[in-house]
Design a binder for this molecule. Structure first.
Ligand SMILES: NC(=O)c1ccc[n+]([C@@H]2O[C@H](COP(=O)([O-])OP(=O)(O)OC[C@H]3O[C@@H](n4cnc5c(N)ncnc54)[C@H](O)[C@@H]3O)[C@@H](O)[C@H]2O)c1
Length: 261
């Protein structure tokens, strides 16, 4: 119970990595707020977590909308009395090059991934500060550092998130708020299979991806949730401004899967 009586907001917590993180933090005693645009799946997730004795609510939120984010923080404080940690996990993905990306598509990805991180942090930080400090985790990606073809807006948004992480760590230090990023590579979630579906041979793409993994498997959502737990809990009390690669070692490989070329 490393987070007993804490309150954690997880954006994009309806499914995938966000759901696994909500479950992990809840299992360690945190009260949990799932903030997601997808209410139908979010409410199903809330039911699943409640059946595991996790104290959780769902707040329908569009992280790219300032009013919606303000309401999220207000509802959280009204329901649970405050905020101790925030996981900026909600994301939109887009597999296009710069010349193929429309301005609307660019704005959509940047608005959800980067502006959403900015907005949720902006309104959560004063509340976390009132509790004497806490932690923020930004779900970036290995695309922040090394990427593949046709991920222009997504890679830019994730690079922005790691830069913002380093910056926020400086401003939030005096408030006793640590800010870190997690950079997953290939994780078994709906988003991954959406990406594979955009390829000519999704099954072959999966096999090639698997063959690329030093650990012989892709990450589970729980692998990423474990990293979030570490960065939020008191086991990382002197870690701030760091981007933690959670990639099973793939970052060190020179070769890359060719199916994306
Ligand atoms: N799956 C991977 O391989 C992988 C790899 C690297 C990084 N990531 C990152 O991990 C995070 C979670 O990814 P996932 O694979 O679980 O994705 P997912 O698509 O399964 O889940 C994303 C969640 O975000 C929510 N969301 C989307 N737009 C939103 C908005 N405007 N406001 C609120 N919620 C919104 C969706 O409804 C969904 O529940 C993302 O930040 C993603 O970029 C994923």
């Amino acid at each position: 119970m490393r987070l007993k009586d804490k309150v954690s907001i997880i954006t994009g917590g309806s499914q995938g990595i966000g759901e696994a993180t909500a479950k992990k933090l809840g299992e360690h005693g945190s009260k949990v707020v799932i903030a997601d645009i997808n209410e139908e799946i979010g409410l199903q997730t809330v039911e699943k977590l409640r059946s595991n004795d996790i104290d959780v609510i769902f707040v329908k939120t569009d992280v790219s909308n300032e009013q919606s984010v303000k309401s999220l923080i207000k509802e959280t404080v009204e329901h649970f009395g405050g905020v101790d940690s925030l996981v900026n996990n909600a994301a939109a993905t887009m597999r296009k090059s710069v010349i193929d990306t429309s301005l609307e598509e660019w704005k959509k990805v940047i608005d959800v991934n980067l502006t959403g991180t900015f907005l949720c942090s902006k309104y959560a930080i004063p509340e976390i500060s009132k509790r004497g400090g806490g932690a923020i985790v930004n779900m970036a990606s290995w695309h922040a550092y090394r990427t593949i073809t046709r991920f222009a807006a997504y890679a830019a948004s994730k690079g922005g998130m790691t830069a913002l992480t380093r910056q926020m760590a400086l401003d939030c230090g005096p408030l006793n708020i640590r800010v870190n990023a997690v950079c997953p590579s290939t994780v078994d979630t709906p988003m991954l299979y959406e990406t594979f579906k955009s390829l000519p041979d999704p099954e072959d793409a999966f096999e090639q991806t698997l063959a690329f993994q030093p650990l012989g498997r892709i990450a589970s959502a729980e692998d990423i949730a474990n990293a979030c737990l570490f960065l939020i809990s008191d086991e990382s009390t002197y870690v701030s401004g760091h981007s933690l690669m959670v990639d099973g070692g793939t970052f060190n490989k020179v070769a890359r899967p060719l199916m994306f070329d």
